[in-house]
Design a protein around this ligand. Sequence first.
Ligand code: 5CA
Ligand code: ZN
Length: 409
Amino acid sequence: MHAWPASEVPALPGKGRDLRIHDTATGGRVTLDPGPVARIYVCGITPYDATHMGHAATYNAFDLVQRVWLDTKRQVHYVQNVTDVDDPLLERAIRDGKDWVELAEGETALFREDMTALRLLPPKHYIGAVEAIPGIVPLVERLRDAGAAYELEGDVYFSVESDPHFGEVSHYDAAAMKALSAERGGDPERPGKKNPLDPMLWMAAREGEPSWDGASLGRGRPGWHIECVAIALDHLGMGFDVQGGGSDLIFPHHEMGASHAQALTGEYPFAKAYVHAGMVALDGQKMSKSKGNLVFVSKLRRDGVDPAAIRLTLLAHHYRADWEWTDQVLQDAVERLGRWRAAVSRPDGPSADALVEEVREALANDLDAPAALAAVDRWAERQDADGGTDEAAPGLVSRTVDALLGVAL
Ligand code: 5CA
Ligand code: ZN
């Protein structure tokens, strides 16, 4: 699948800083040391509805990870998937009387437009579940042949007991795992499973549903977790630097993905850090396609809201915090954008050398974007109050905000 165009990332003077980031698996801050090519996998959308602010907030967080790495002169090998076949997509297509392929393609195209408008850097490899199927089938066969998977009425399940590290991403207890599994696509109540938590790797073809050749597995379609594992192993290999997504993916998705990969390869860990963004809510409830309480990026764009203001709204919240979308948080961002644009449009101003370092340090410190915004606010206030004589300063502020925060002033 093709991704979307990359906006230019200006180079900044001086040296970037290594990222210290909260890792869900260890429950603490880790300093990432990725080497010259940093490797990151971020779980992509299930394209049955338009991009909402929750998605945008999550992708914004991982865009900052990329920008911090790029600032250290590393290359970034970024992979993202599109879950372009799964139960919720097929259900929505039936509900709306649409062809599921057209629904997925249309929503993915809109997602690309939204990402481009928000200046979120594209993945190097943007891979759909459907195009990954030829790679998924042999992995499921290998798991089955190694005794890590078993058949139940034609479907194939992963045995969570086959990975000694199962549970080490989320650290949730059995009751929490069971509840979340039922809520997020699992089937803990299905009779005949070895462990109620075992997730499906391959679903045998169902009447009226799309299916693909699964070689010795028979016709069917892939389970959700193995999709991301196959794509990540194919393009990044084991032990990549960051596995990312929203906090609703901690369990079962990232837990199961890690176990699938570890059982397949005998290596540990799947990812060096598991990084999770908080949930954006609307009217007190997590914004979600299934609930329909959504603010769409595309709708705001159509209404004439500057994408840079949308981006500043996201940046005003720490990525790990759960927060509520309101008209006020958007309005605050619109006003901030206006103040910043006015401040950089003057021919000179107070020196911005310290600002570059402040923004760098804020982001290296667990992506503290609100602290980065506060630093730019202070420079803009000084510009407003006293001005300054540094002719390079306004340009340097623009480039810093562009390179590290993805906002074009
Ligand atoms: N296709 C799978 C991942 S493989 C999926 O979860 N798709 S999704 O469309 O439901 O979500 C896409 C990304 O947005 C995921 O990382 C998810 O954690 C994140 N996300 C979904 N809702 C919210 C929300 N309300 N706030 C923050 N992030 C969210
Ligand atoms: Zn995923």
